[in-house]
Write a protein that binds this ligand. Structure first.
Ligand SMILES: [Zn+2]
Length: 350
């Protein structure tokens, strides 16, 4: 079978390989791949900056945003041939730590988890993959290829889940306004889930052109393209930061309404120093009961939330999030970054 593989740590080592079918040890469910989403993590791995191959192997099969159709599944597994499925990325650490033992591998305490397509386990970027029933997520077949959005949506579902758990510290918490910074796939999906909660959603992004402004407006949210000046006076109850841009993070901290929650969901490279008034920030945080928290990855519950959110979303809108579809034969084009890209996927056809 064909598989996109890479030698982790070696820049531009990605290639389309011929590999044997996936081993039974990967899981009892055999899946034929339909599509693979590409994200910044994949580009980092291809650039040699991230990723680890399985123990004893040089190469890693790339790909963690999956969609496929079940070819065979054991009786009693809850899955049957023809089902649309997406695979969970992370596997609990072997110890396991208390978080992993409780099925919350997204909160792993010892870092010894593995991740498909990223850390010590092959990914889903091959004609076929196998997966354990407990790590397969059933996707509404009506979504078709859009089911490839389940994994990025699971990241957003966790951000919302934890925001709501933190909000519940006050019995009176009733958020009305949310600001999302960054209108990439994660930001747009965060906005979608905010609208599904009946909130007044605002999205801040530096792109005044391209498909993003219209996508935000069609959701029923407000788009801001003129920087912080554009949101002067807006005091969101919830702020979901998806850019990972240091200057944006500096500007959004301390901007929420009293009892506000800032969720940091974008990753930043270290090395950006700014003048920042810690005294003022601390004073605001304390006197307003504000919270800032970080979030990464997702557990089974979040994937289920994601599959449900996508099933309830407008299909036409979701279609437009996928701005490029690249056939597997031309896989390398999917890794290029082009302006106006939102989500790029690789389609597998037999
Ligand atoms: Zn753990």
């Amino acid at each position: 079978m064909r598989a996109i593989t890479v030698t982790p740590g070696v820049a531009n080592s990605a290639q389309l390989d011929d590999m044997p079918p996936p081993p039974a040890s990967d899981g009892a469910i055999l899946v034929r791949t339909l599509a693979l989403g590409v994200c910044g993590t994949d580009r980092e791995i291809v650039a040699g900056e991230y990723g680890t191959s399985p123990p004893g192997q040089d190469r890693l099969v790339l790909g963690h945003e999956s969609l496929g159709r079940v070819v065979e599944a054991p009786g009693g597994s809850g899955f049957a041939a023809g089902d649309f499925v997406a695979g969970v990325v992370r596997r609990p650490d072997p110890v396991p730590c208390p978080a992993c033992a409780a099925g919350e591998w997204d909160m792993c305490r010892n870092g010894r988890y593995v991740e498909r397509g990223i850390k010590e386990r092959h990914g889903f970027g091959a004609d076929m993959f196998r997966i354990e029933p407990e790590f397969a997520i059933k996707v509404d077949p009506a979504l078709g290829i859009l089911g490839v959005l389940v994994e990025p949506t699971s990241i957003v579902a966790k951000a919302w889940d934890h925001t709501e758990r933190i909000g519940a510290r006050s019995r009176a918490w009733q958020p009305r306004t949310v600001l999302v910074t960054g209108a990439g796939p994660i930001g747009l999906l965060a906005a979608l889930m905010g609208l599904q909660r009946g909130l007044d959603v605002h999205v801040l992004d530096h792109n005044a052109k391209g498909p993003k402004p219209a996508l935000v407006r069609e959701l029923g949210a407000t788009y801001h393209a003129n920087g912080m000046a554009d949101i002067e006076g807006l005091e969101p109850d919830i702020l979901i930061e998806c850019t990972g841009a240091p200057a944006v993070i500096r500007d959004v901290l301390g901007r929420t309404a009293p009892d506000g929650i800032v969720c940091l969901a974008g990753v930043t490279a270290p090395g950006h120093a700014f003048e920042f008034d810690i005294g003022r920030y601390n004073r605001t945080m304390v006197l307003n009961n504000e919270t800032v928290f970080g979030t990464v990855n997702a557990n089974h519950r979040h994937y289920e939330m994601a599959a449900d959110a996508l099933a309830r979303a407008d299909r036409g809108w979701l279609e437009r999030l996928i701005t490029r579809r690249v056939q597997i034969e031309r896989w390398a084009e999917a890794l290029e970054h082009r302006s106006d890209d939102i989500k790029v996927i690789i389609e597998f056809t037999a």
